[in-house]
Ligand binder design. Structure first.
Ligand code: ATP
Ligand code: MG
Ligand code: FE
Length: 350
């Protein structure tokens, strides 16, 4: 089926068009620059940007795919989780388009969409072996840090754990701010960490102590780490010493990467799942990719990382999930669905 996907859960207005698992176009307009001076995504600013970008993005995606809008078989849209106001813009646009074109609509889960990104094949997308089940998925971005057990993309996805406070990307953004680096912090930390010593400072690995692991084996926590970095930097500044930014960045990055992969690999080992899929914007992190490869190689786990353009929020992954639901014979969503900012992972389709 020819499916148009609409994604507006955060600051990317993503419109993607797929035919089954073939990627035809993936248009992304981000309002990231507008959030820079606030040091993080401002919900109202994101929602207004979606409204402005929506129609041009749809036209651009249709043109790039080389199709006509009236050829579309179905619309897929992110109904949650995400920022309520931002989601509502996408949901409203998707419903309007579905009614105007008289085609079915599939309201889908954003996190499951991130996993669906791995199914896509096309120009510039590597065509390795298809996604196999079960697989563990580690999704890390500015808004989420989740570990999923995917037994079947369209019918059986289980949340193993998630962050109990900040998301990993959010921690990168906050620590960058502490170090006086601009937003978004991830790429900046990556840049300065390249010449730093990751073993210079031992920052805490959240929820890794024996007593925490009992209750939070697959959960993450990054707010203590952020506070620890801030305090360390403050003490240096108070003492009139220069802050070794490169070492702090490298040591902080090491702590994040270590805890993410320790827990993801533990999930694979505990549950006997020899496959790990990564997704989300933080996957851009150079050290995360490197350590992921090393640790999965050592543990005999097959590692999958979709291209970065499909790891950050995008409409193609939503269209891909919609296409899977159609091909599995699932009925479309009723037009009365809404935006659900806390949609649980277990609800693949709203
Ligand atoms: P969502 O949470 O809904 O997926 P988002 O917009 O918050 O959406 P993305 O756009 O996928 O997330 O990713 C942006 C986040 O990724 C930011 O927090 C940014 O700092 C982080 N990031 C980007 N590049 C890197 C990097 N090289 N290393 C670490 N973090 C990075
Ligand atoms: Mg973003
Ligand atoms: Fe996302």
């Amino acid at each position: 089926p020819l499916v148009l996907g609409i994604e507006t859960s955060c600051d990317e207005t993503g419109i993607g068009i797929v035919r089954g698992t073939t990627l035809l176009s993936n248009t992304i307009a981000s309002s990231m620059d507008e959030h820079a001076r606030y040091g993080g995504v401002v919900p109202e600013v994101a929602a207004r940007a979606h409204l402005e970008e929506m129609v041009p993005a749809i036209h651009a995606a249709v043109a790039e795919a080389g199709i006509r809008l009236d050829e579309i078989d179905a619309i897929a849209v992110t109904s949650g989780p995400g920022l309520a106001g931002a989601l509502m813009v996408g949901v409203g646009a998707a419903k309007s388009l579905a009614v105007a074109l008289d085609v079915p609509i599939y309201a889908v889960n954003h996190l499951v969409g991130h996993v669906g990104a791995d199914l896509l094949r096309g120009e510039g997308v590597d065509t390795d072996a298809p996604l196999e089940y079960p697989t563990i998925a580690l999704l890390v971005s500015g808004g989420h840090t989740s570990l999923l057990l995917v037994r079947d993309l369209v019918s059986d996805v289980e949340l193993l754990g998630e962050t109990i406070d900040d998301a990993a990307g959010e921690a990168f953004d906050k620590v960058a701010r502490v170090l006086g680096l601009p937003y978004p912090g991830g790429p900046q930390i990556d840049r300065v960490a390249a010449t730093g010593d990751p073993a210079a400072i031992r920052f805490p690995r959240g929820l890794s102590h024996q007593k925490d692991v009992a209750k939070h084996r697959y959960d993450f926590s990054f707010s203590g780490l952020k506070t620890s970095v801030a305090r360390w930097v403050e003490q240096k500044r108070d003492a009139g010493e220069t802050v070794p930014i490169n070492d702090v960045a490298a040591s902080f990055r090491e702590a994040v990467v270590d805890v993410l992969l320790t827990k993801a690999v533990a999930a694979c080992t505990d549950l006997g799942v020899p496959r790990l899929l990564l997704g989300g914007g933080v996957i851009a992190n150079a050290r995360l990719r490197q350590v992921a490869q090393e640790r999965t190689d050592a543990a005999g786990i097959a590692l999958r990382i979709p291209p970065l353009s499909l790891c950050t929020d995008n409409g193609a992954m939503i269209a891909a999930l919609g296409a899977q639901l159609i091909m599995a014979g699932h009925a479309p969503s009723n037009l009365d669905f809404g935006a659900d900012s806390t949609l649980p992972v277990g609800l693949i389709q709203a």
